[in-house]
Each structure stands twice: as structure tokens, then as C-alpha cells.
Design a protein around this ligand. Structure first.
Ligand SMILES: *Cc1c(COP(=O)(O)O)cnc(C)c1O
Length: 405
């Protein structure tokens, strides 16, 4: 098919040409005396991305899922109790993993379309007088439903009852796109990956571990080897790895960190908020459709999950968009399969790219018979962007309260 493929799934995201070029390198010796320069650029470079000075960024040759496992197996003892709110496929998969690895998982069932229910986390922690709960798991941005949660509020809830559990946060589809603050929020393990806000191919599990988590790991008896934090931290201290790292991915990561810092991390967040608000204007004001996220405070700035009207199948929209218009949209997963389609709006992205996706989704919806006004989504997004600047978008259409401030 002529022309570019429009990649608008919420990961993998578009890799900037600069990053692609940076990854075209000959292989080299990862035990050479110059290698630590690259390692340090990546590991130290990630600190401002995680907003940490005391945490240890770690990159595993893996994906976000590997970092989920690493968090559980490094910091906990077999059978330990963990608590997690489930409100979408990704929070479900992490909870499911914890159960399959033998942990005692208390699930806070939450309607899909809502985010982390802070008061229910608080109630569970308050009731846990014996401190049986060893880790609190939170999905910052539920990619399946386009819902963001307030991680700082979960930390506040933990502190308000002086609960000593570790705080594990899935920031796979938030890091480097939606604000994340490792130190300020007292996060013990942040789990992320390379193929979303970091604008790289999949292949690196990108995680950050607090001192408290490393302390817990010293005595934690769960079995791990490949994903052992201590091995990694020890080797990283001199700029090396316990096994062969993916060198092209590291050159790519160094470049993507440089791009993020050149733009300025806060500007990156503002751009995402502003672009997301335009996408939401297309959905809500243009097409007059609903988002899966049920209230503005849950709206995600990296992905919009768009409900198709009763009687239509979201999978048909996605298939039509792909086959006819070379546009990749995100599918409805599990409980919401067929009920929605998703537009990922994160990473290397601007207004015109996103207008391409909105226009393509519009065409595909019209083709399958959904009654929207042609051009209505495009016009609503255009109107939003013409009336707002990136920083001002925080107070614009459907802006989240508090979170992005
Ligand atoms: C993509 C994603 C994951 C899974 O990460 P992989 O890199 O595919 O292993 C986990 N959680 C969230 C919220 C995600 O968006």
C-alpha cells in the first residue's frame, strides 16, 4: 500500500527518525573500557525521567511485563499478600501474574472506566492492622480503558494510616508522557517499558527501584535469577551488566532521553495533555460518542478508548481502518472487546499526525455505518487546538483535575 502506515495503537508508538538512526550501529564489546559511557548515559539519563535522585533505574532486556515480575519476585516473600485494584486488562494481568506466582492477591474490583479507588485502598490498608499487606499495586494509566489514576493520592492514603507496604506502580503507558514522580510520591518500584512514551521499539523493560525496595530485596525469599535487582545494581555500579545488554536499544534510549530533555519533560506532559484534549474534543463534541473513561478526572492523556454505539462492533472499525486506510487503531481487550476502539496519542506526535488518525477513524466508522457527521471529529480537534496552547490545555476540554498540575 502506498504511503505511510499510521500507527496509532497505544504502544508500540512511532519511533522518531533521530532515534531510528541512533540505533543503526555496529555491534561492540559490552565489556570494553568505553562501554560504561553508554550505560551511564542511559541509567543516569533515566533519573530525571523517573524524577528520582535516590532510586535506581534498571533496564532489563525484556518488556514491561518482565518488570512486573521483577517487582514481585525481588521484593516479596512467597505467599505474601498484595493488594491491587482491577479496572482493565493491564491491571488484571498484573493481578493475575501475582496470583500465578503464588502471592495472596486481594483484588479491589473496580468498574472498567474508573481508576484507582483511593478510598477503597485506604479502607483495606486501615483494616490491615497486622500489616499483612506487603505491597500495594497501582496501574497509573490503564491502557485498555484510557483511564489515569492519582498515584500521589494512593501514597497519601498509605501514609495516613502509617502502612509500611511497598508501593509498586505500573507506569508503562504513562512514563515520559504523563507526569510521574518516583521520589515525591514515595514509589518503591516503577514499572515501564521502552515502546510507549520512550518512543523506542519494544525490548527494554525500564524500571526504577527505591532504596527501600532494594532493602526489602535483601531478605525477600522469592526465587529470581535473571531478574535479580541486586545482580543488576551491582554490575551497573561500574557501568556494566550481568549479561549481554541490547546495545542498539541503549543507543536508541540515550537518544530518546536526549529528545525528551531537549523538549523539556514538563513540555512533553503539556503536549500530551493538549493533544489528548483535542482527541477528546473529536470524540465528545465532534462525533458525539462516549469515552470508556466515565468522568473527566479519569481521562488519560496517552490513550482514548472510544465506545462504538450499540449494535456496532469496534473490531469492524479497526479492521476497516487497517485494510482500507492503513491506519492501526487499538482493539478493545477482554471485557470491552468489540465495544470500543482506541486511539493511542503518546510519544512522538503532533497535531497533524493525530488529525490523520482522527480522520481515518472517522472514515472507518462511516464505512461500517456508524452515523457520525463527516469531518466533525477533525473540526472539533482543530477548533480545540486553534483555541488553546499546549500549557493552557491543562485547563481545557476534559483536563484532569490536579494530576497534571
Ligand atoms: C503495554 C502495557 C503493559 C505491558 O507491557 P509489555 O511491554 O507489553 O510487556 C503493562 N501495563 C500497561 C499499563 C501497558 O500499557
Amino acid at each position: 500500500m502506498a504511503g505511510r502506515n499510521f500507527l496509532f495503537v497505544p504502544g508500540p508508538t512511532n519511533v522518531p527518525d533521530r532515534v531510528l538512526r541512533a540505533m543503526v550501529v555496529s555491534m561492540e564489546d559490552h565489556r570494553s573500557p568505553v562501554f560504561p559511557g553508554l550505560a551511564r548515559a542511559c541509567l543516569d539519563g533515566l533519573k530525571p525521567i523517573f524524577k528520582t535522585t535516590t532510586g535506581h533505574p534498571i533496564i532489563f532486556p525484556a518488556s514491561g511485563t518482565g518488570c512486573w515480575e521483577a517487582a514481585l519476585m525481588n521484593c516479596l516473600n512467597p505467599g505474601d499478600k498484595v493488594i491491587v485494584a482491577r479496572f482493565g486488562q493491564f491491571s488484571h494481568l498484573w493481578a493475575d501474574m501475582a496470583a500465578r506466582l503464588g502471592f495472596d492477591v486481594e483484588i479491589i474490583e473496580t468498574p472498567w472506566g474508573e481508576g484507582a479507588p483511593v478510598e477503597r485502598y485506604l479502607a483495606a490498608l486501615e483494616a490491615d492492622k497486622q500489616h499483612k499487606i506487603k505491597a500495594v499495586l497501582v496501574c497509573q494509566n490503564e491502557t485498555a480503558t484510557g483511564v489515569s489514576s492519582d498515584v500521589a493520592a494512593v501514597r497519601k492514603a498509605m501514609d495516613s494510616v502509617k502502612h509500611p507496604a511497598l508501593l509498586f506502580v505500573d507506569s508503562v503507558s504513562a512514563l515520559a508522557s504523563i507526569d510521574f514522580r518516583m521520589d515525591e510520591w514515595g514509589v518503591d518500584v516503577c514499572v515501564s517499558g521502552s515502546q510507549k512514551g520512550l518512543m523506542l521499539p519494544a525490548g527494554l523493560g525500564v524500571t526504577c527501584v527505591s532504596q527501600k525496595a532494594l532493602e526489602a530485596a535483601k531478605s525477600a525469599k522469592s526465587r529470581r535469577c535473571y531478574f535479580d535487582y541486586a545482580d543488576m545494581v551491582q554490575a551497573n555500579a561500574s557501568g556494566y551488566f550481568p549479561y549481554t545488554p541490547s546495545i542498539p536499544m541503549m543507543y536508541g534510549l540515550r537518544e530518546s532521553i536526549a529528545m525528551l530533555l531537549e523538549e523539556g519533560l514538563e513540555n512533553v506532559f503539556h503536549r500530551h495533555a493538549y493533544l489528548a484534549a483535542g482527541a477528546r474534543a473529536a470524540v465528545l463534541e465532534g462525533w458525539k460518542l462516549k469515552l470508556c473513561a466515565v468522568a473527566p478526572k479519569w481521562y488519560s492523556d496517552t490513550v482514548s478508548a472510544i465506545m462504538v454505539p450499540e449494535g456496532f462492533n469496534g473490531a469492524d472499525v479497526i479492521a476497516r481502518a487497517f485494510k482500507r486506510y492503513n491506519l492501526a487503531l487499538g482493539a478493545g481487550l477482554s471485557k470491552v472487546a468489540g465495544k470500543l476502539f482506541r486511539i493511542g496519542h503518546l510519544g512522538d506526535l503532533n497535531e497533524l499526525m493525530l488529525l490523520g488518525a482522527i480522520a481515518g477513524a472517522e472514515l472507518a466508522m462511516l464505512d461500517v455505518g456508524i452515523k457520525i457527521e463527516p469531518g466533525s471529529g477533525v473540526a472539533a480537534a482543530q477548533n480545540y487546538w486553534r483555541a488553546n496552547k499546549p500549557a493552557a490545555a491543562l485547563n481545557g476540554v476534559g483536563a484532569k483535575s490536579g494530576l497534571a498540575a
